[in-house]
Ligand binder design. Structure first.
Ligand SMILES: C[S@@+](CC[C@H](N)C(=O)[O-])C[C@H]1O[C@@H](n2cnc3c(N)ncnc32)[C@H](O)[C@@H]1O
Length: 235
């Protein structure tokens, strides 16, 4: 496995720590959330299932899974989020650590999801390999992130133009001179990376919940701002 850059990952976590109180990382997610619906549809949580939220922040999705009876786990590299997560989701277990080197045994989980977190990993391949490692064979992985192929819902600019433009203007959580840029994925490219470890890899575009842009996304789903990738850990 490639050697990940633990120092850079720590600096990235420090960027999250600095904006931790900005209001961007709530304790809760609405019951109507499309992302939450995808977690339920893809993972089918049930009693006794071992489920990992990879990059859990304050555990807002885990909190919604509590009623399923599943055994819930969260991992994140930003300590301040984990302190809140413990209080927010008392029935879950949390660990500090990176997706590049998950502090869990092989096959420890029946299902894993990773929402808006893979885009913050410098080494995508290592993180995918780690999520595959901790999944039991046949277990599902769900990744939700921005799609580089999409149109930005407010500016109507292609994401591939809007994102670098905003970054150059310093309108991003990472400073202009920072040694890492958030990664928005070309859907097929990420699917191909997943296919190294997962079977039945599919891409779904997130068309709902984007205000006026929703109608456009419904008509032309490949232009949606966000996408969801799922697959089953190879047997
Ligand atoms: C945009 S937030 C999304 C959090 C959560 N999934 C949600 O939707 O509420 C990204 C999360 O990734 C975490 N993170 C960043 N780098 C990480 C790494 N190398 N390993 C684990 N978590 C990381 C951050 O601390 C942050 O909680």
């Amino acid at each position: 496995m490639a050697q990940h850059d633990a120092g850079l990952e720590r600096e990235i976590a420090n960027c999250f720590r600095r904006i931790g109180d900005s209001g961007w990382f709530p304790d809760e997610v609405g019951a109507e959330s499309r992302q939450l619906a995808l977690v339920f549809e893809t993972l089918k949580p049930g009693p006794g299932m071992r489920i990992l939220d990879a990059g859990c922040a304050r555990g807002r999705f885990l909190r919604r899974l509590e009623t399923s009876g599943a055994r819930l786990f969260g991992v994140d590299l930003t300590e301040v989020f984990l302190h809140s997560a413990h209080a927010n989701v008392q029935g879950a277990a949390f660990a500090g650590g990176s997706l590049s080197s998950l502090p869990f045994a092989d096959g420890a989980f029946d299902a894993v999801y990773c929402i808006e977190t893979l885009e913050h990993l410098p080494d995508t391949e290592t993180a995918l390999a780690e999520m595959a490692r901790v999944l039991r064979p046949g277990g599902p992985l769900l990744v939700i992130d921005k799609s580089m192929m999409g149109l930005h819902p407010r500016s109507a600019m292609p994401n591939a133009v809007w994102k670098p433009w905003m970054e150059r203007r310093g309108r991003w959580m990472y400073p202009v001179e920072f040694g890492f840029r958030e990664k928005w994925f070309w859907p097929r490219e990420l699917a191909r990376m997943m296919e190294r470890h997962f079977d039945d890899v599919s891409i779904r575009f997130q068309t709902e919940g984007f205000g006026k842009a929703t109608r456009l996304y419904r008509a032309l789903p490949f232009l949606a701002f966000e996408a969801a990738w799922s697959g089953k850990r190879r047997l």
